[in-house]
Design a protein around this ligand. Structure first.
Ligand SMILES: C[S@@+](CC[C@H](N)C(=O)[O-])C[C@H]1O[C@@H](n2cnc3c(N)ncnc32)[C@H](O)[C@@H]1O
Length: 238
């Protein structure tokens, strides 16, 4: 059973017991990294960072030690996904959440795992074959488009990816129409005030307050924050 609490103020999900865990880092060494402040007033700086080495990122994102703090099974359970539904994981990376999402939707549902890196999409396609989850479709998308069809999904999950998306106002306005009636968007990310040793550098982070401000401007409604993870906030939007 999940507990979604009404958000009051900035979502600082503290906890420093897993300090320096490499699975939580986004090492700058792996590719070029740029910060772009976009034109729209509501659009906070975006971090552009390549994730084009599946072998490397598998070791980071799929480090078994990550499960202890990322709690993928509990997080997916809290999304209250029903069998037969369709879930999109935007910025799915190496597909860390895919087996959990595949189990939640069952054989009659669909998981659309989107990423902008062709090599990661190929990796996730092979992963789905290896794991025997034909309900998982790895799909290549573009940085400024969700890559989803109109009213295609019941749930959208965004884990550690929000700050990589540029032109967010336009992006999330478009994303709204990809959700079915009653659909939800769940954003999991690091607060700038949380443990700096765990997760991306504080200057790459956006608070839940900022994310909420941007998403509400794009037409979403904040529903609540899930108090589940030691290092990240979990915000739910409709
Ligand atoms: C920090 S990784 C997170 C991966 C995964 N969500 C996880 O938690 O293991 C961010 C991912 O988002 C992808 N990405 C960046 N910008 C994107 C965009 N505009 N649309 C979709 N994916 C994007 C990157 O290629 C990368 O795989």
């Amino acid at each position: 059973m999940s507990i979604w609490i009404l958000w009051a103020g900035c979502g600082v999900m503290g906890g420093s017991e897993v300090q320096g865990d490499p699975a939580a880092r986004e090492p700058a060494a792996a590719g070029s990294e740029e910060h772009h402040a976009h034109g729209e007033a509501d659009d906070h700086a975006t971090v552009h960072h390549r994730f084009d080495d599946p072998e490397h990122w598998s070791k980071v994102f799929d480090d078994p030690a990550r499960d202890a703090w990322q709690k993928p099974a509990e997080l997916v359970a809290a999304l209250e996904i029903s069998a037969g539904q369709t879930v999109a994981d935007i910025g799915a990376g190496t597909g860390y959440f895919n087996p959990h999402l595949a189990a939640a939707v069952g054989e009659g549902g669909r998981v659309i795992a989107l990423d902008v890196e062709p090599s990661l999409v190929a990796h996730m396609t092979e992963r789905a074959r290896r794991e025997g989850t034909p309900q998982v479709e790895a799909r290549l998308t573009q940085p400024d488009q969700s890559g989803l069809e109109e009213a295609e999904v019941d749930h959208v999950l965004l884990v550690n990816t929000y700050h990589h998306i540029g032109q967010r106002m336009a992006y999330f306005r478009e994303l709204k129409s990809k959700l079915r009636e009653g659909g939800q968007l769940v954003v999991v990310d690091y607060d700038p005030e949380a443990d700096p040793e765990h997760g991306p550098p504080p200057e790459h982070r956006l608070s839940l307050a900022k994310v909420t401000e941007e998403l509400e401007a794009a037409g979403f409604t904040f529903v609540g924050e899930l108090s589940l993870l030691p290092h990240q906030y979990v915000g739910r939007f409709r």
